[in-house]
Design a protein around this ligand. Structure first.
Ligand SMILES: [Mg+2]
Length: 198
C-alpha cells in the first residue's frame, strides 16, 4: 500500500513561478489570490486550448526549471517516508516527464517509488486519467491533493483524501473520506498534513 502525493502546489511551489512567468512575459500583474479558479484560462482571459499552449510555453521556460519546493514539503515528505511507500500522482502531462523526474530527484531524492501522470492538460490530445484510478493502480490508500475535482473524485472512490488548502479550493465541500490540511505543518487549530496522517 502507498500514500499518493500530488506534485504542483503540494510538493512544487508552481503557482509562484507561473505567476512570475506570466507577469514577465505577458506584462500582467497577477497575484496568488487571483487564482481562485482551477480553470486558469478564465483568469488569463483565454480559451482552454490557448491556455494549454501557454502552459507548454511556460513549462519550456527557465521559470519552470526554477520552481522551489512548497514550504515544509521536504520535511513533510521525510516524515511520511517513514510511514509508508510514497508515490507521486500529478495532473501534469507526460510531455514534461524528464524535467519532472529531475526536479523530484533534486529536492526529494529516492523518496518516491512511482511517478504517474494524469495528463490533465496534454497538448498532444492525450485523454486525462482519473486520479482515483491511478491510486488503485498503485495501491494508494491515501492521497494528498489541492485540486477540488481530483480530491472529490478520490474521496468518492473510497480513498482517504487530504485536501491541501489553496486559493482555488476554498469553496470545496468536504465529503466523507476528505479532510483539509493547512500546509504541511499547519498551525494551532488548523492541522497540517503531518497532523492528519499518522
Ligand atoms: Mg496540485
Amino acid at each position: 500500500m502507498a500514500i499518493a502525493v500530488d506534485l504542483d502546489e503540494v510538493l512544487a511551489y508552481s503557482l509562484k513561478s507561473e505567476i512570475e512567468w506570466h507577469n514577465f512575459i505577458h506584462g500582467t500583474n497577477l497575484k496568488r489570490d487571483d487564482f481562485n479558479l482551477v480553470e486558469y484560462w478564465k483568469i488569463w482571459g483565454s480559451t482552454r486550448d490557448e491556455a494549454v499552449k501557454k502552459i507548454l510555453r511556460y513549462m519550456n521556460s527557465d521559470f519552470f526549471d526554477a520552481i522551489e519546493p512548497v514550504p515544509g514539503a521536504v520535511e513533510g515528505i521525510d516524515y511520511l517516508f517513514g510511514l509508508d511507500q510514497l508515490v507521486v500522482i500529478t495532473g501534469r502531462t507526460d510531455e514534461v516527464e524528464k524535467k519532472t523526474i529531475d526536479w523530484l530527484e533534486k529536492y526529494f531524492p529516492q523518496k518516491f517509488t512511482e511517478l504517474l501522470f494524469a495528463n490533465s492538460y496534454s497538448s498532444l490530445g492525450k485523454l486525462p486519467s482519473k486520479k482515483s484510478d491511478l491510486c488503485k493502480l498503485v495501491g494508494a490508500h491515501t492521497i494528498i491533493d489541492d485540486s477540488p475535482s481530483y480530491a472529490t473524485d478520490c474521496a468518492k472512490n473510497g480513498i482517504r483524501t487530504v485536501l491541501f488548502d489553496n486559493v482555488w479550493n476554498q469553496e470545496t465541500i468536504l465529503i466523507p473520506n476528505m479532510r483539509r490540511a493547512y500546509g504541511w505543518k499547519g498551525c494551532k487549530e488548523k492541522p497540517g498534513v503531518i497532523n492528519l496522517i499518522k
